[in-house]
Design a protein around this ligand. Structure first.
Ligand code: NAI
Length: 364
């Protein structure tokens, strides 16, 4: 795990509203990269679709990619953070205007990600190709478990998970035809468990989808890479969610949650997440089925970890199906990750390799 503390927040980089491009030498200086790895990552002749790019993280990703020569399609229906509110096309228009003013190439699309085919058709009509999809659009319904309704659950999954399915289903044939593609999904720390069950489930879901698309790409032996990120940034979503939480706390007679100091918010500009997205979107990046977290100048990779294992077979003197007590006896083994391994995702090996071990064990 690498933690890099910034001694200076880049000028003009306030809350993502005036996001500027990270200087060419910024990451290289910090990470002590060699000369070769300092070569600028360019996206000339590439076309990227970035969903939910009218605000926050998506906007920051779009600005960075456009500054590196990428043609970007700014998709955003301009709704409220919880999926309600009136659609406001101006959020996508404003980002397009911003990119064009900086000399970049951008096009606005206002469809919901639930209509993935319409969005991808629009990209192809405009630019004739699609190389990169950054699945970023998302909503956060604030209900705690006791208040969560089926309607709210379905609304969240419709955007955060089925919306990603819809966009990728339409984008995939273009990736396959070109033999090339980069897909980045946006998960969340909430997927590890949080007081927003629908959101957490949807964000865990995109990891399974991303890994499965990587599996499909491997079967086809094409240069298609599917990865996911877990971002952390100060955005409209986090601000409006905090407000909703405080309204609930107030109703319950509780004190408001402490206000995050401005200094921390400045470090949480969405622009700090985008360098990871740009790297994962680049043709040089060979990462597959990974999950990386990013925010505030910090980057790390998540992995599934498998503990040491317990055999309960005839070799251990257990005839037939093991008992619950046999499993209870293995509790210490299940906590021993030092003797375990990091199974790879995206190639179907996770389940297969575990089963293969049992049969190897029986053969010995
Ligand atoms: P945001 O609310 O500032 O921006 C999200 C954008 O997506 C909005 O402009 C919204 O209009 C758009 N959008 C929503 N539903 C859409 C739909 N059906 N079709 C097209 N566009 C739609 O939120 P933020 O923070 O920039 O979030 C971006 C992504 O990052 C989301 O998927 C969110 O769940 C995820 N995320 C954000 C974190 C954070 O710390 N900000 C943490 C973890 C995940």
């Amino acid at each position: 795990m690498v933690i890099v503390l910034l001694d200076k927040v880049p000028e003009g980089d306030k809350l993502g509203r005036n996001s500027r491009i990270i200087p060419e030498n910024f990451l290289s200086t910090r990470f002590g990269m060699n000369n070769q790895s300092r070569a600028a990552l360019r996206f000339d002749n590439r076309v990227a679709l970035i969903t939910g790019a009218g605000r926050g993280l998506g906007r920051a990703h779009a600005l960075l990619l456009a500054s590196r020569g990428c043609t970007v399609v700014i998709n955003d229906l301009g709704g409220a953070y919880d999926g309600g509110g009136d659609a406001q096309q101006k959020v996508a228009d404003e980002v397009v205007a911003e990119i064009r003013a900086l000399g970049g190439t951008a096009h606005a699309n206002y469809d919901s990600v639930e209509s993935g085919a319409d969005i991808v058709d629009d990209v192809i009509r405009q630019y004739g190709r699609l190389d990169i999809v950054i699945n970023n659009a998302g909503i956060l319904t604030p209900e705690v478990w006791s208040e969560l309704t089926l309607e709210s659950w379905q609304k969240t999954l419709a955007v955060n998970l089925t919306g990603v399915f819809s966009v990728m289903k339409a984008a995939w044939p273009h990736f396959v035809e070109a033999g090339y593609g980069r897909s980045i999904m946006t998960a969340s720390p909430a997927m590890h468990g949080a007081g927003v069950a629908a959101y957490a489930a949807s964000k865990a879901g995109v990891i399974g989808l991303s890994n499965s698309l990587q599996f499909e790409a491997k079967k086809l032996k094409l240069d298609i890479k599917c990865n996911a990120i877990v971002p952390h940034a100060d955005t409209r979503m986090t601000r409006d969610f905090s407000t909703a939480v405080n309204v609930r706390r107030e109703k319950m007679g509780k004190k408001a949650a402490p206000v995050t100091p401005q200094e921390i918010l400045n470090r949480l500009s969405p622009a700090y997440v985008s360098p990871l997205v740009a790297w994962l979107a680049h043709e040089d990046c060979t990462e597959e089925a990974t999950v990386h977290e990013a925010g505030a100048g910090y980057f790390a990779r998540f992995n599934w970890a498998r503990s040491d294992h317990l055999y309960a077979t005839e070799k251990e003197g257990i005839e037939g199906v093991p008992s619950p007590e046999d499993v209870r006896g293995g509790a210490a083994v299940f906590s021993d990750f030092a003797a375990g391994d990091l199974p790879p995702a995206g190639d179907g090996a996770m389940a297969g390799s575990a089963l293969a071990r049992v049969f190897d064990h029986l053969k010995d």
